[in-house]
Design a protein around this ligand. Structure first.
Ligand code: ZN
Length: 198
């Protein structure tokens, strides 16, 4: 039975790497997949899914106006893989859920759950509500606990607490942290958090 899968994690947990591995597993068996990523993600150039391990694949892009329907996809398809799925609209999540359950086409979405203020992305909220299969991908906070939240860091290495949910073309970066560190920083005031690897 085809399902809508949501594989969610904090930043830098290897979501894109896992997506590219899943694509490879299908193709190794002679099956075709459709790859999508958000149009606003320019980390790897437009229409590219890039993993931090150096793997890159071209992908179709989706924006708020994209419609996910069986007619809009190639004929012989074994699976639809969506990166940066937190940027899907709730309506698109319904379309993908329908695609899986009515058209028998498995859809695997990879994305963030919450933003730098601990608020859910609309696409992630819809996926957590509708996905037939949920799995959290694990990554580690600098303190050693499981990281499930994201901190925004500006170009000077300071934590950013306010601003737009999505910044395009900024100099900010993100750090995956555990909930304890996410809130401790607030109580203890601004301080430079240690990097994941020193
Ligand atoms: Zn921590």
């Amino acid at each position: 039975m085809a399902k809508l899968y949501f594989r969610y994690a904090a930043m830098n947990a290897g979501k894109s790497t896992a997506l590219l591995q899943a694509a490879h597993n299908y193709e190794e068996r002679g099956m075709h997949v459709a790859l999508f990523t958000a149009a606003l993600d320019e980390r790897g150039g437009p229409g590219v899914i890039g993993s931090r391990l150096g793997l890159h694949r071209s992908a179709a892009t989706f924006g708020p106006g994209t419609v996910f329907s069986r007619q809009a996809l190639p004929e012989a398809l074994a699976c639809v893989l969506v990166d940066e799925a937190q940027f899907l609209t709730p309506e698109q999540v319904h379309q993908l859920h329908r695609l899986a359950n009515r058209e028998k086409l498995p859809v695997i979405c990879y994305g963030l759950r919450s933003d730098f203020q601990g608020r859910g992305f609309p696409g992630a909220i819809a996926l957590l509500t509708l996905a037939d299969d949920l799995e959290e991908m694990k990554t580690i906070c600098a303190c050693g606990r499981k990281a499930s939240m994201n901190m925004r860091i500006d170009a000077q290495g300071r934590r950013v607490r306010e601003g737009e949910q999505v910044l395009i073309g900024g100099n900010e970066s993100y750090r995956a942290v555990c909930p304890s560190c996410f809130y401790a920083e607030e109580e203890e005031g601004p301080q430079k958090a240690p990097g994941l690897f020193g």
